[in-house]
Each structure stands twice: as structure tokens, then as C-alpha cells.
Design a protein around this ligand. Sequence first.
Ligand code: NAP
Length: 265
Amino acid sequence: MDVYGLMGNPVGHSLSPPMHEAAYDELDVDARYVTFEPDDAGAAIEAARTLGVRGLNVTIPFKEDALAHVEPDDLAARIGAVNTIDFRDDATPTGHNTDAEGVRRSFERHDVALDGRTAVVVGAGGAARAAAFALSDAGATVRIANRTVSRAQSLADDVPGATADGLDALADLLADADALVNATSVGMEEDRSPVPKGALHGDLAVLDAVYRPVETRLLREAAECGATTIDGAWMLLYQGVAAFELWTGRSAPVERMNAVLRRRL
Ligand code: NAP
């Protein structure tokens, strides 16, 4: 039996175990997916390697620390964070960032083209970094708006052609934008939106990385404006799908994973 897992702190309410185990069940993969709450990323990665764990997802607060203990691929190195580790080879474990793939495939699933379009990312933390690189790599021009402008600027410095502003610029930035990603925690378990409703319009496709609740105030107000809305469960689903496919080399049973995820949210 193969062992996969998630390390972070806390991980008690994670939806990754049921989502991955549904995939193992659907495809008859002899594997389990377990959670770990270690104190130290490096020690945990070394222990997992020694014990023969095949793959680890990584979440807060270890995504950045994990980078130093793996061989990151180009995307994870540019983002500066790892959310998926592959131990299949005996050599140094490889590090990947499937949050970016989660963003890309969420837009793709909703038939939203990004190449040549303008995308606004709200936030400058880990999720925002993944979103900004995903959007840029897909051919979009990226505009970053964050509460702390200096953090927006340091992200913009890393993403080709990106600009940085404070949240007060959102109305101007969104006026001619095609896509919007909320990558702040605003709206998580609260009825608040990081974007004024007046700045939203019907030509936008809006992805909210927040998935608790699934329908955030931002998405509700975006839908009222006629925008295409994409909830954070899609991003969560597709980062898991990408990790499953990386680890097993098989196509993930996306609809079964999605059904299990949405039943639990
Ligand atoms: P993070 O690194 O801590 O970044 C948090 C971001 O939110 C920062 O840009 C911060 O701005 C901003 N922020 C926090 N409170 C704010 C407030 N009151 N007003 C305005 N901005 C505020 O967190 P993260 O890991 O990027 O996660 C961000 C969100 O994405 C979380 O809700 C997380 O659950 C979600 N997420 C979802 C997925 C998914 O698969 N759906 C994956 C990853 C993350 P400052 O820089 O000014 O502090």
C-alpha cells in the first residue's frame, strides 16, 4: 500500500483526505492519504522520505520552508513555495506548486480564455503568488492590488509585466479587466468582500480562492453584476487533481473528487 499525505498546522479540517481517497477508491489505487502536523518542515520531509511516503501535500505554515528541502521545479521556484512533494525517486524529493495549476484549470473549466487578457489579483501572499504566475504563464497581463503595497510591489517585481497598487486602485484596475482573482483571506467565514461592488461588471470572470463559504460575498455580488463566477472549491479541486496526476501518472477521476469535496463543504 502506498502512503500519501498532507503536512501543515492545523490540518484537522482538511478536505484533502476524502478527496484523494475518493480518487483511490474510484481507480482501485492501493493507497491511503493521511495528515501530519509536524513542528519542522525539513525534519518532516526527511522522515517521510525515510518511511517511504510517496507524496506529500504541504500547506500553511510550511509552503515556503519546504522549498529549501526539495528540488523545486521551475514554477515552484518562481512562486517561492511548494505545495506538493514527490518522493518517487530515491534522489532528492522534487517540489511542485499545484495551486497555480488549480487557478489555471479553474478558469479553463469555466471556458475563460486568459491569453492576451488583463487579470487583476487581489492579495500578495502565497495564493496570490501562485495565481499571478498562473495567469502570467497563461498569457494574461497581471495587475496586483494589495492592502500592503510594498508586498504587491515585490510580487510584481517577480512577474513579467505586472503592476502593483493598493486596494484603493481596484475600481480603476477593474474597469477594463477581464479576470479577477481574490487571493486574500477576506470573506473567509465572514460576509465581507475585498472588492467594492461598484467596481465589478458583467465582462469579468471572478475566481475567489476562499472556499469557506463556497459562495462568498464577492461571488454573490459578482453574479448580481452578470459576471462569470468561479468558487474556491474549483481551485482546491484542481490543485488536488494535479497532485494526484503527478504522483500516480494517471488521469484523476475529477467528477468523483469534485462530488466528494462539495458534499463536505
Ligand atoms: P497569506 O499568504 O497569509 O496572504 C493573505 C493575503 O490576504 C495578503 O495579501 C493580505 O494582505 C491579505 N489580507 C488579509 N487580511 C486582509 C484584510 N483584512 N484586508 C485586506 N487584505 C487582507 O494567505 P494565503 O495562503 O495566500 O491564502 C489566502 C486565501 O486563499 C485564504 O483564504 C486561503 O484559504 C485561500 N487559498 C485557497 C486555496 C484553494 O485551493 N482554494 C489555495 C490556497 C489558499 P497584506 O499583505 O496586506 O497582509
